[in-house]
Write a protein that binds this ligand. Structure first.
Ligand SMILES: Cc1cn([C@H]2C[C@H](O)[C@@H](COP(=O)(O)OP(=O)(O)OP(=O)(O)O)O2)c(=O)[nH]c1=O
Length: 204
């Protein structure tokens, strides 16, 4: 996507305008639920980091996404997020294809893994951020279940190769922590950071 591409204009009502620096439809929907006026702008700059610690990586990538847009819009509140899935020291990104998605699900089957989402908010050069962690435990999956799910393609655009908010919920036995964090936008943290940047959320 081109630099500075406007993807969509969402609710832009009164109050302080917010830019969501994310192409993720999940983040758009969840931020919309907060009643915050915002529009979506994605920098298109590649985010990369040599960091291998999942918690620090999530925070770092969220910062890179936010800064890339904030440079062009210094007076607007910019919010970005990044989700990283980690299992036993290994990082699982978005699977390349059905076969890799099935391999990811084999890794996650019957195990507890960690989902980290970093959130960064920048306004007028002031940056704040945080990282939320949720532990997700998968059922022990049969090969048939794994291949059935991988074939749906639902996991292809998602870190870890599953979407807990859709059919992927059938893979999950237990969630410890903020559910919205697994979907990619930890609402408690988001609300705290936006309010800290002077944005009104639900009238406060
Ligand atoms: C584990 C999991 C991840 N995800 C999603 C959340 C994120 O959108 C995605 C992780 O990729 P990210 O790189 O965090 O985000 P993105 O590429 O979708 O969007 P952008 O970089 O423009 O902000 O995986 C789910 O929707 N459900 C899940 O259960």
């Amino acid at each position: 996507m081109g630099r500075g591409t406007v993807l969509a204009t969402e609710v832009v009502a009164g109050g302080r305008e917010v830019i969501l620096a994310s192409g993720s439809p999940r983040r758009r929907e969840l931020l919309g639920n907060l009643g915050v006026p915002f529009r979506v702008l994605v920098s298109g700059e590649a985010e990369d980091s040599p960091e291998r610690d999942p918690e620090r990586l999530a925070g770092e990538l969220a910062g890179l996404k936010a800064r890339a847009v904030a440079r062009q819009h210094p007076q607007t509140v910019v919010i970005a997020a990044d989700t990283v899935v980690a299992t036993g020291g290994e990082l699982l990104g978005k699977p390349e294809d059905e076969a890799e998605n099935a391999a990811f699900l084999h890794r996650l089957s019957g195990q507890t893994h960690q989902v980290y989402t970093g959130v960064t908010v920048i306004v007028a050069g002031q940056e704040t951020g945080g990282v939320e962690r949720t532990d997700v435990t998968f059922r022990s999956l049969t090969d048939a279940e794994i291949h059935h799910y991988a074939r749906t393609g639902e996991g292809l655009d998602k870190a870890g190769g599953y979407g807990i908010q859709a059919l992927g919920m059938a893979l999950v036995a237990r969630v410890d922590g903020d559910y919205s964090n697994v979907v990619g936008f930890p609402l408690g943290l988001v609300i705290r950071l936006l309010r800290g940047a002077g944005v009104t959320v639900w009238g406060e």
